[in-house]
Design a binder for this molecule. Sequence first.
Ligand code: ADP
Ligand code: MG
Length: 245
Amino acid sequence: MVLDPLIELRDVNKYYGELHVLQDVNLTVGKGEVVVVIGPSGSGKSTLCRAINRLETIRSGTILLAGQPLPEEGKALARLRADVGMVFQSFNLFAHKTVLQNISLGQIRVRGRKKEQADKRSRELLDRVGLADQADKFPAQLSGGQQQRVAIARALAMEPKALLFDEPTSALDPEMINEVLEVMRQLAREGMTMVVVTHEMGFARSAANRVVFMSDGRIVEDRAPEDFFTAPESERARDFLSKIL
Ligand code: ADP
Ligand code: MG
């Protein structure tokens, strides 16, 4: 039983054409929980994340955020995407806007803040992710690790209820992975609700409350990290772990 559920998926099914990409998925993420999702390529991890902030629609089932069904369109949908921020593998920053503008834009458009107020908040967040001196640069002038930290600051600027991370370090050079994971660990310590798709098993062990293992569109295991890593129950999880550890 998860206390105080924030994100709930009940019997969720999704297809791409004939491909049954999410199969009877049930998942509850409690407030303040960190759930790491792992599994082979093509198992439906990105689709799961994208369904939670409605970048993808589902065929059947229900997804609830704080007890409410996801909004379908309009301003409510824009607010949902602010409430459930998403950080992608490819940082998705606006190339022709400065770092500061990237972080302030959504606050102004979606949260209705004044520019000065938004910029102030953006600078605080840049400081928090260790980039206080990069505000006036353009994304291309930053390293991948710095860009990803800007993307995290941008998501945080919306004061999200939860953050989804889809392989946030997969596109980074090895020496930059840790600076991003460290920001994520700090968020976890501060009680941010997070769903994190990652192959970083060290992060899963140290920061996750639960590990969800997906295979062929199904959640095959959903357990505490120490249990999952020491004694995976399914053959598929054992096989997966033997390949990556
Ligand atoms: P993962 O993130 O675990 O690698 P995805 O959720 O991206 O898996 O994809 C799950 C399955 O759905 C894969 O077989 C993938 O090829 C397929 N798929 C993903 N996106 C689309 C799409 N837009 N159209 C058709 N098939 C897709
Ligand atoms: Mg993926």
